[in-house]
Design a protein around this ligand. Structure first.
Ligand code: AOS
Ligand code: ZN
Ligand code: ZN
Length: 388
C-alpha cells in the first residue's frame, strides 16, 4: 500500500516552471490570432506567471527567453518577480530568428556566423549570473534540408566546439540543458535530432551538461518513457519541456493529447528518483496557446502534470515488483493501470486545501477578475515572441 502522506508531500514539493512565451501571442505559419490583454513586457508576462502560481502553488518560477525578454536591468526583473511571489528560471537562448542563421548557427559553415551564435550563448550565461538562474536551455534549429547540403559530421564538430566554449563559461552551480528535436525547421538532417546525439555531446562536456526532453520532439510512436528511464539511470536527465501533440511539435497543453503517456513518463521519473530536488530534474512547460485563453490553459497544464505525478506516485512498488519477479505479466500491468485509473482529483483538492489555496484553481482564477483586469489595462503593443 502506498502511504498517502508521502504522496501528498511529494506533490506539494513538485515545482513546474512556466514559459514566458506561453503568455504572449502565438500561432502557426498560417495565422496568429491575437488575444486581448496579452503581456506587452517581460514584467507583464511575469505578472501572469505569478497568477498561475497563486492559484496552483506549484509554479514558482518562470523561464525567460532571450531576446524576447531582453531588458537592461535583470536584477530589477528578478526583483519584480520576487515582488510577485515567483522567481526567474531557465534562460532560453535564441539562435534561430536571425537572417544570418539560414544555414545554421553554431554549426554554420562560416566561422563568423558561428562566432556570433556562440557569443549569444555566452551572453545568456551573463544573464544567468544577473538573474540568479541555474540553467541555460539550448535548442538549435540547425540542420540541413537536402542531402549533400553540408557535411553532417563536420557540423557535429562545430556544434561540439561551441558547446565546449559555453560549458567552460558556466559557473560552478550552473548547468546547460541540451534539447533535441527530430525535425522542423530542418527537414533532412537536424544537428541535434535525438536523445543519443544530445547525450553524446553532454557526456563529452561533463556533469554540468544535461539532456532536456521536450515531449513533442520525437517521431510518432517513440517510447519516451524509455528515454527518460535511460537518461535518469545515466544521471543525464536535466529536465522536461512538457507539452502534448497529436502530430508533430504541436505544443498543445501538457496532458491534453495523451494523459497516459504523461503518466508513463512520470512513473519512470518517480521510479528513478527524479522527483527529488537533488536529482535536478527541471519540470518545465513549453507550450503555445494559439486559440484558447492562455493563463487558464497554463493552469490546466500544471494541473495535468500534477495529476500524472499523483497517479505515478500511487503505483504500488511492492506489488509491482512482486508481479514482475514472478513473471505475472497481467498482474504487473494491472498494478500500473490501477494507479493510472485512479481519480486523483479529490486527492489534489485535499493537497491544495492543506496548502491554503482554493481546491479548484481554474474557478479561483476566473473569480479573481484578472482576465478582465488585463484586458482593460494592457492596451496596445505585442511583446516579441513566437507571434511577433
Ligand atoms: C523548439 O521547438 C523548442 O521546443 C524550444 O524549446 C522552444 O520552443 C523555443 O526555444 C522557445 O523558447
Ligand atoms: Zn522545447
Ligand atoms: Zn518544440
Amino acid at each position: 500500500m502506498t502511504d498517502l502522506s508521502t504522496v501528498k508531500a511529494a506533490l506539494k514539493a513538485q515545482s513546474i516552471e512556466t514559459p514566458s512565451w506561453a503568455y504572449g501571442n502565438s500561432g502557426t505559419r498560417f495565422k496568429v490570432f491575437a488575444q486581448a490583454g496579452v503581456p506587452r513586457t517581460p514584467q507583464e508576462k511575469i505578472d501572469d506567471a505569478a497568477r498561475v502560481h497563486e492559484f496552483t502553488a506549484a509554479a514558482p518560477s518562470v523561464a525567460l527567453h532571450i531576446p524576447w525578454d531582453r531588458t537592461d536591468d535583470y536584477p530589477a526583473l528578478a526583483a519584480h518577480a520576487a515582488g510577485q511571489g515567483v522567481r526567474l528560471g531557465v534562460i532560453n537562448s535564441n539562435v534561430f530568428q536571425d537572417d544570418d542563421y539560414k544555414l545554421g548557427s553554431v554549426t554554420h559553415p562560416d566561422p563568423k556566423i558561428r562566432r556570433k551564435a556562440t557569443d549569444h550563448l555566452l551572453e545568456c550565461v551573463d544573464i544567468m549570473d544577473a538573474t540568479g538562474s541555474r540553467d541555460l536551455k539550448l535548442w538549435f534549429s540547425d540542420g540541413t534540408n537536402y542531402p549533400g547540403q553540408d557535411d553532417i559530421a563536420d557540423r557535429q564538430g562545430r556544434l561540439g566546439d561551441a558547446l565546449a566554449e559555453v560549458y567552460e563559461r558556466l559557473g560552478d552551480d550552473q548547468r546547460m540543458l541540451l534539447e533535441y528535436k527530430l525535425f522542423e525547421p530542418a527537414f533532412y538532417a537536424t544537428d541535434v535530432p535525438d536523445w543519443g546525439t544530445a547525450y553524446a555531446h553532454c557526456l563529452k562536456l561533463g556533469p554540468k551538461a544535461q539532456v532536456v526532453v521536450d515531449t513533442g520532439h520525437h517521431a510518432p510512436g517513440t517510447n519516451i518513457e524509455f528515454i527518460v528511464a535511460t537518461l535518469l539511470r545515466e544521471g543525464k536527465l536535466g529536465g522536461f519541456d512538457f507539452n502534448s501533440r497529436f502530430y508533430a511539435d504541436d505544443d498543445l497543453m501538457a496532458g491534453a493529447a495523451d494523459p497516459f503517456q504523461l503518466f508513463r513518463i512520470m512513473y519512470e521519473v518517480v521510479r528513478g528518483g527524479g522527483l527529488a530536488a537533488e536529482t535536478g530534474v527541471a519540470f518545465m512547460l513549453d507550450q503555445c496557446h494559439n486559440i484558447e485563453a492562455k493563463i487558464p490553459a497554463i493552469i490546466r497544464s500544471v494541473m495535468n502534470v500534477q495529476e500524472a505525478t499523483a497517479k505515478a506516485l500511487l503505483v504500488d512498488p511492492v506489488a509491482l515488483r512482486a508481479a514482475q519477479q514472478a513473471g505475472e505479466v497481467l498482474e504487473a500491468n494491472a498494478v500500473l493501470m490501477d494507479a493510472y485509473n485512479t481519480d486523483v482529483r479529490p486527492l489534489l483538492r485535499e493537497v491544495r486545501e492543506e496548502q491554503g489555496i482554493d481546491p479548484d484553481p481554474i474557478a479561483a482564477y476566473k473569480r479573481s477578475g484578472w482576465a478582465d483586469h488585463i484586458v482593460a489595462e494592457r492596451v496596445g503593443g505585442t511583446q516579441a515572441g513566437w507571434g511577433a
